[in-house]
Design a protein around this ligand. Sequence first.
Ligand code: FES
Length: 105
Amino acid sequence: MHPDDHVCLCFRVSLRKIRTYLNREDPPVPSLISECLGAGTGCQWCVPFLKHLHAQHQRGQTPDLHISPQRYAEARTGYHKSNSRDEGVVRQATETEAEHERPNE
Ligand code: FES
């Protein structure tokens, strides 16, 4: 994801804003990211992604999501229609670098 892409689409909170918040506040729990412009307090779509970004920050990694903004937004639309999250999208977006480098088994 590009830093200017929105992670929380409800409140238009970009990856860059979330990174800045994590670096500045170093919140002990992911739910505190809601203090960053209300991220995660609307439809809840972005909550597992915010948790992932928080976990990456805790590990000293640069928080990122491995998904295009288009696919991310489409999956959110599907979530709103079906009221269930496409776990494949969550898995894809929250894969770690190590998983990316792991050869197919
Ligand atoms: S996309 Fe973040 S609360 Fe809806």
